[in-house]
Each structure stands twice: as C-alpha cells, then as structure tokens.
Write a protein that binds this ligand. Structure first.
Ligand SMILES: *[C@@H]1O[C@H](CO)[C@@H](O)[C@H](O)[C@H]1NC(C)=O
Ligand SMILES: *[C@@H]1O[C@H](CO)[C@@H](O)[C@H](O)[C@H]1NC(C)=O
Ligand SMILES: *[C@@H]1O[C@H](CO)[C@@H](O)[C@H](O)[C@H]1NC(C)=O
Ligand SMILES: *[C@@H]1O[C@H](CO)[C@@H](O)[C@H](O)[C@H]1NC(C)=O
Length: 436
C-alpha cells in the first residue's frame, strides 16, 4: 500500500466519522476498526436431498454496538424487512443456529428438499436503530436428487456404464455407492459417480440405484436388462409315466432367453408345431417318435435334446396265416402263424379251436374228423384281441406238434407265434391214388 492511498483512506475515515458518542466509545476501547459485514465460506452449495446443510458464516460490525438479534432469511426483497426463517413453520424444526452473538453466524438446515433451493442471507440488528446489516448476496442453495442414467438394455458380453447424476455438482465430495436390487455392490466402481460393468453377465440384470456414502437418500432404481441367446433348452413330457393310446399328452419346451424365444417343434426332421406347449389329445401310435424343440431369439437359436414318445397300445391286426396245404392227410403238417401288432409286444398268445372252450396246447391230439377252424388271441397289459378263424381240413388224427413264439422285431411291433399241426391218421389209398 502506498503512502498516498493510506492518506486518502485516513481522509475518508475522518469525513465519515460517526457521531460523537460513538467516537467516544471507539476512543475508550481503542481496538476495532471493523466494518459492517457478513461473509459466507461458500456462496453456492449443492446439497443432496435429505441431507443436512451447514452454511458457514462470519460477521463483523464496528465496535461499540450491541447485538440485539441474529437470524437468517431467504430470498430477501430490497426495501422489505426480511422475515426470520426460524419463525417459518416450514423451517423452524429443521433450522439450527450454530453461531454466536459475536462473529459466528453458521447455520444448519436439515432434511433439505428441492423446495429449499433458495438464496439464504444472514441478518443482524443492534441496539442502534440504523445499526443493522444484511449479508447480501447470501448462500445460494440448490438441492438435488440422484438419477441413475444407463442404457436400458445391454447384450450379454458387452459393457455398460451407469452414471449417478445430480442436477448440480455436489459440494460434499462423498463417495458414491451403488445398489443392485437393494443389495450394495462392492466392486467395479469406475470414476466417482460411475459404475462400469464389463462383459455383462445375465446376473448383472436388475434394478440399480445409487447413493452417497453416509447419506440416507437413495436414487430411484433404473432397470438394466441383459439380453442373451436361448440357453438350457429342454423338453418335458406330461404326464411323465407310460403313455397309452387315447391319452392326452403335453410337451413343454423350457428355455432361458432374453428376449423371450420363439419355439418350434420337430418330430424327426419335420416341423410339427410352434409355441412353448405342444399338445396332443387322443394320442395314437402314429405319434410315437423322437421330438425336440428349437428356441430362437434375435441373439441365436438352440435345440433341445430329443425326447422319445413311445405310445402303448393293445394288440391289433391279429391274424392267422396258414403255411402249408389247407387240407392235410397223414404225414402232412401245416403251420399256422399268428401275428399281432401291439406295444409293448404281446408275448402272451393262446390258440383256440372254434367252439371249444379251452385253448389248445402242445402235444394235444384230436380224434378223427378234427377238421375245424382255428384262431389265436394276443394279449398285453393294455388289452387283447383275437384273430379271425382259419379252416384246416384234416383227414385222420390231428396232433398239435409244436407251439413256439418268434419275434419279428423291427420298426413295427409284430409278434409271430407258430402252431404246427400234423395229421397222423391212416393214409387212405384211394385218396393217394386219386391224387396221383
Ligand atoms: C462457527 O461455529 C461453528 C459451530 O460451532 C464452528 O464449526 C465453526 O468452526 C465456527 N466458525 C468460525 C469461523 O469460528
Ligand atoms: C442352465 O444351464 C447352466 C449350465 O449351462 C446351469 O449352470 C444352470 O443351472 C441352468 N439353469 C437352469 C435354470 O436350469
Ligand atoms: C381317438 O382316436 C381314435 C382313432 O384315431 C378314434 O377312433 C376315437 O374316436 C378318438 N376318440 C376321441 C375321444 O376323439
Ligand atoms: C360253432 O358255433 C357256432 C354257434 O355258436 C355255430 O354257428 C358254428 O357252426 C359252430 N362251428 C362249428 C365248426 O361247429
């Protein structure tokens, strides 16, 4: 400071000298040359919703005055006596004056909301009518909430960055914390207000929110969707047990995918249906076979394992075939073959001679004139069926030689049973001669 400037300052102070009594006081104490003033440590505060805000403040006034009233006000209007905020019901419970009646005018406002975003000024009055002061401009308070910003949908394997946004730069440089589905996340924090998810997995999907450490306020949650191709494609059959012709059967294709997959059904290599559920009512053996489903979305497709539908049914198409002459004489034999189609294969067959109640068996012999009609009957656990009868004309005695079961296996389930008949009657020469 130059000498000249000091001189001007002294001159000014002489010209603006207070009235005599005050001058007297100054002389008595002989200390302070303090001016009227209020200073705020921060002129702008950006605070998080629900937090407590401390507005640090000091004030000065010339020596000799006695402080009468200290208070804070908001949005002061020039020329109007500002109201005391502590008498405002919206503030009275939340406002705490931490200062004193000498120089400290710090205040705390708790549980701030966006409605508290105003300019706040400190005001004090003294024992002298004109000895009052308003610290203008004051502290501009902006209250912000937090919003999670992120892309809504991310594909598995990509990375995504979530940002915790506030409408102003927070004055309190506290650490951000993140939650997924209300569970705090401990890792992968990027920069201060960002969360970087690298190579996103399905488990990363969820509702994300953010907060500041040691603050109660938590942002609204933002949903993060993770899309991925179909996985775990499988078929289940209902009912799960044995399937019998006539049953209603449902095949269900389960798959895990996002977005949901389109399902198609295959039997062998042929498409037979679409949709998650494939229903067959009144199932028949034609429905037996290998099935699988395909699950497809825009990220890929996947087939299930094949499942086998094995439809059970009682014997049908039971018939007898004659292998040999229809008319047999002594020494000839004829074979009757009984075939049947059933699932499971019929292993239980009976042979009957028409109009005879009991079945015929191996080694059984019949007296003369045994010509007759024979039929067979096939059984499995689902039922039985008899064949039409076939006529065998016999000259002489008839002996059942042999009954055996032969399985002709393959694609169709057919079982064959042999009945071999042999005539043991006397040869009739006339007949022989006639035949020759
Ligand atoms: C004012 O008072 C507050 C609360 O008691 C205190 O934290 C702060 O340090 C004081 N400020 C000054 C400048 O003395
Ligand atoms: C899906 O398959 C994975 C393995 O590929 C397995 O770890 C997971 O448990 C399966 N999820 C379901 C719901 O079956
Ligand atoms: C089931 O199918 C069989 C043959 O395909 C048919 O004869 C029968 O009437 C059907 N039953 C019902 C209830 O539709
Ligand atoms: C078997 O009995 C039926 C009536 O029950 C009769 O019509 C038929 O002629 C008889 N067949 C023989 C071979 O006796």
């Amino acid at each position: 400071m130059s000498v000249g400037e000091t001189g001007v300052a002294m001159l000014m102070s002489v010209r603006m000298a207070p009235p005599l009594p005050l001058m007297f006081l100054i002389l008595i104490h002989g200390v302070s040359s303090a001016e009227w003033g209020v200073s705020y440590r921060l002129s702008h505060i950006c605070a998080l919703k629900d937090s407590s805000v401390i507005m640090s403040c000091t004030y000065t006034y010339p020596t000799g005055y006695e402080i009468r009233k200290v208070f804070w006000t908001k949005n002061p209007v020039h020329g109007e006596e500002p109201p005391d905020l502590s008498e405002d019901p919206e503030y009275s419970q939340r406002l705490q004056y931490l200062g004193d009646e000498q120089k400290n005018c710090t205040i705390r406002l708790s549980h701030v909301t966006q409605k508290d975003s105003h300019m706040y000024c400190f005001r004090f009055t003294t024992n002298v009518t004109d000895g009052k002061w308003k610290g203008y401009p004051g502290v501009t308070l902006t209250v912000t909430d937090l919003q999670v910003e992120s892309s809504e949908t991310v594909t598995e394997g990509d990375s995504v960055r979530l940002t915790c946004k506030s409408s102003c730069a927070l004055t309190d440089r506290a650490t951000f914390i993140w939650y997924r589905n209300s569970q705090p996340l401990t890792e992968r924090r990027d920069r201060n207000n960002q969360l970087l998810l690298q190579s996103v997995r399905r488990e990363d999907a969820g509702r994300y929110s953010c907060a500041l450490q040691e603050h109660t306020y938590i942002s609204p949650a933002a949903q993060l969707n993770v899309t991925y191709p179909p996985k775990n494609v499988s078929v289940s059959i209902s009912p799960s047990g044995e399937i019998v012709e006539g049953d209603s059967v449902t095949l269900i294709c389960s798959s895990d995918s996002n977005p949901p997959a389109e399902i198609s059904w295959f039997k062998g290599g042929m498409i037979v249906g679409s949709g998650r559920i494939y229903s067959i009512s009144n199932i028949s053996s034609d429905h037996s076979g290998e099935y699988k489903c395909k699950s497809k979305n825009k990220h890929g497709e996947k087939y299930s394992e094949t499942v086998t539908l094995n439809v059970m049914y009682p014997p049908r198409n039971v018939s007898v075939l004659i292998n040999g002459p229809a008319e047999i004489v002594e020494g000839d034999s004829v074979t009757l073959i009984c075939s049947s189609d059933s699932n499971p294969p019929a292993l239980n067959f009976s042979w009957f001679k028409e109009n005879q109640s009991s079945s015929v068996g191996s080694g059984q012999s019949f007296s003369a004139q045994q010509s007759g009609r024979f039929y067979c009957e096939a059984h499995n656990q689902h039922g039985s069926q008899r064949s039409d009868a076939v006529s065998v004309t016999v000259k002489g005695r008839l002996v059942i030689l042999y009954i055996s079961i032969g399985v002709v296996s393959g694609a169709s389930v057919i079982i064959t049973v042999l009945l071999i008949l042999r005539s043991r009657g006397k040869r009739i020469k006339d007949n022989l001669e006639t035949q020759c």
